[in-house]
Design a protein around this ligand. Structure first.
Ligand code: ADP
Ligand code: TZD
Length: 577
């Protein structure tokens, strides 16, 4: 189909006096009705015309090189906008490529919908060997919040509405919507088709706990000697920035931001105890979790990382999250915005006061840790070959001049060290590997941040991490997006100095000049060997506002195996190297 004929067909085809539409038009119309303005995907049978029609109808279609990157982009769009991001995939292999992102979105509680074309039901279900045959609905179920299939064109509006509602209501997550090729091509009466579509009303209704639940939490905080608030990415997602800040400042309780909650309050806020994290966890007696799970990232709330007598308050939209790891003394089931507002309204003046001793203990430890870090940073400033911390300080300084820049971050050392070095000043501007610690989110998240906001993005990538979605720099260049990718290239997964035990490279070894890669797509490549060069390149690239990649040559001997989580490696008999 040509674009001209697509535009013509927007009004629907006419057979005799009857106006007609088809499945593809109904999908696009249903998405538009629900204010979807971007689709991230990879085209092919049976969805190519769907992408064309979406574009011709004013929805932005961002065509990727691999579906998992497209899916990650949709997930990030969902996190940033509270509207489900849409990923469009072809049958079987394309669908499966997208599925990892759908699962990751569900684990991270990001709303997205993967719409996939699929092969003919009557062939698939009898396993007759159709083109790209697969029972996609059955496969998707276990990896998604929900999975639906549309069997008739007249159900497309219902399917889209159901997918959108499910993705954003309650705990957000990934929803799969299967549309077989025959349904996309099914022709029905245009008026009947139009009447079958609807717009989802109030997709994520507010939810406020009972007054008694609020009072229970306030009383617990009021009796605390060493209270602590932990802000998670659910709090960032909620877009309740004013209420969170007001509550934290009104009560004076010290807070700890999880990585994607950084910037909800500026990282240099006086009440942040990010620099005294382990002391805060070990000593806190009342802990209020706000949109943060007590999962592995918080040591499951277990001693000795936590005080074994600590009492927990948990603010979460998902009631089944409570008691998943530790007893929750004061559950507050609801959306972060409503709960925090209700807490502000019900807390009496001076009712919650933080003992000075606790504040002093935390600030003494913060000062001590900041001092230790300053020494490491100073040593890294002049080290040659360049260290992670040398490059990261340079990036930090340039980002301070550009606080509204989105930061995407993945890798092991590249993730841990960037998280600790680079402060965030504004909410939802840091997107990273998240709950699974997954590699491959980098370029997809960066593309979504640029597409959804139009703002500049800096993706700070380990060299291994970058490789998972590296081909998407072509996508970045093709769409001319303001994304600067900074690869911290220490020539390896974790480190680049592993000795090989055979004629092949070591399992962790890598070798690439990523700056040459982007040049092939018309972007600007830089190679930096000192922090001064990193800063100059990043400044120039951000000022240009065009696709760029800075390959930072890092000492292969810098970094640790698995970064901060090396203790999770199995401890059997040490492998000889
Ligand atoms: P982090 O990794 O930053 O600690 P998690 O992903 O573990 O954060 O936790 C996010 C939590 O936030 C999830 O349990 C999820 O149910 C919850 N959540 C998501 N959106 C909201 C919301 N609008 N209101 C309240 N809780 C939310
Ligand atoms: N595959 C996927 C999808 N996710 C993963 N997390 C991994 C593999 C395993 N893995 C990590 O957990 S971190 C990492 C891998 C491959 C890359 C670390 O190397 P890097 O970063 O070059 O990106 P540093 O800075 O050199 O440590």
């Amino acid at each position: 189909m040509t674009i001209a004929s697509l535009r013509e067909s927007e009004a629907g085809g006419l057979v005799g006096a009857q106006k007609l539409t088809d499945g593809i038009h109904l999908v696009v119309d249903a998405l538009k009705l629900n204010e979807i303005d971007a689709i991230y995907g990879v085209v092919g049978i049976p969805i190519t015309d769907l992408a064309r029609l979406a574009q011709a109808s004013g929805i932005r279609f961002i065509g990727f090189r691999h579906e998992s990157a497209a899916g990650h982009a949709a997930a990030a769009a969902g996190f940033l906008t509270k509207k489900p991001g849409i990923c469009l995939t072809v049958s079987a292999p394309g669908f499966l490529n997208g599925l990892v992102a759908l699962a990751n979105a569900t684990v991270n509680c990001f709303p997205m919908v993967q719409i996939s074309g699929s092969s003919e039901r009557h062939l698939v279900d009898l396993q007759r060997g159709d083109y790209e045959e697969m029972d996609q609905l059955a496969a998707a179920r276990q990896f998604a919040k929900a999975a639906y299939r549309v069997q008739r064109a007249e159900d497309i509006g219902r399917g889209v509405a159901r997918a959108i509602r499910t993705a954003v209501s309650g705990r957000p997550g990934g929803v799969y919507l299967d549309i077989p090729a025959a349904v996309l091509g099914e022709v029905i009466d245009a008026d009947l088709g139009a009447a079958s579509l609807w717009r989802v009303v109030d997709p994520a209704p507010r939810q406020v706990p009972e007054p008694a639940a609020l009072d229970r939490a306030i009383e617990l905080l009021a009796t605390a000697q060493r209270p602590l608030v932990v802000l998670g990415k659910g709090a960032a997602y909620a877009q309740a920035d004013d209420q969170i800040r007001q509550f934290v400042e009104l009560t004076g309780v010290p807070y700890l931001p999880m990585s994607m909650a950084k910037g909800l309050l500026p990282d240099d806020h006086a009440q942040s105890v990010a620099s005294a994290r382990s002391l805060a966890l070990r000593r806190a007696d009342v802990v209020m979790l706000v949109g943060a799970r007590l999962n592995w990232l918080l040591g499951h709330g277990d001693a000795p990382q936590w005080n074994s007598d600590a009492k927990f308050i948990q603010v979460d939209i998902a009631s089944t999250e409570l008691d998943s790891n530790q007893p929750i003394a004061a559950p507050l089931v609801g959306d972060v915005g409503s709960v925090m507002q209700a807490l502000i309204d019900r807390t009496g003046p001076g009712q919650i006061a933080v003992p000075a001793q606790w504040r002093d203990e935390l600030s003494a430890r913060s000062a001590e840790n900041v001092g230790k870090m300053a020494k490491r940073l100073t040593a890294a400033e002049t080290a040659h070959p360049m260290k992670f911390l040398g490059a990261l300080q340079a990036i930090r300084d340039v980002l301070r001049e550009n606080p509204r820049t989105y930061v995407v971050n993945e890798g092991a050392n590249a993730l841990d060290l960037a998280r600790n070095t680079i402060g965030m000043q504004v909410p939802r501007h840091r997107l990273d590997s998240g709950t699974w610690g997954v590699m491959g989110i980098g370029m997809g998240y960066a593309i979504a941040a640029a597409v959804e906001t139009g703002d500049p993005v800096v993706a700070i990538e380990g060299d291994s991490a970058f490789g998972f979605s590296g081909m998407e720099i072509e996508t970045i260049c093709r769409y001319g997006l303001p994304v600067v990718t900074v690869v911290l290239n220490n020539s390896g997964v974790y480190r680049g100095d592993d000795a090989s035990t055979s004629g092949d490279p070591a399992p962790t070894a890598l070798r690439a000049r990523h700056d040459l890669m982007i040049a092939a797509f018309g972007g600007r490549g830089y190679r930096a060997t000192t922090p001064v060069e990193v800063a100059a390149a990043l400044r120039e690239a951000l000022a240009a506002g065009k696709p760029a990649l800075i390959d930072c040559v890092i000492d292969p001997a810098d970094g640790t195996e698995s970064g901060n989580i090396s203790h999770l490696n199995p401890k059997g008999i040490t492998v000889q190297r």
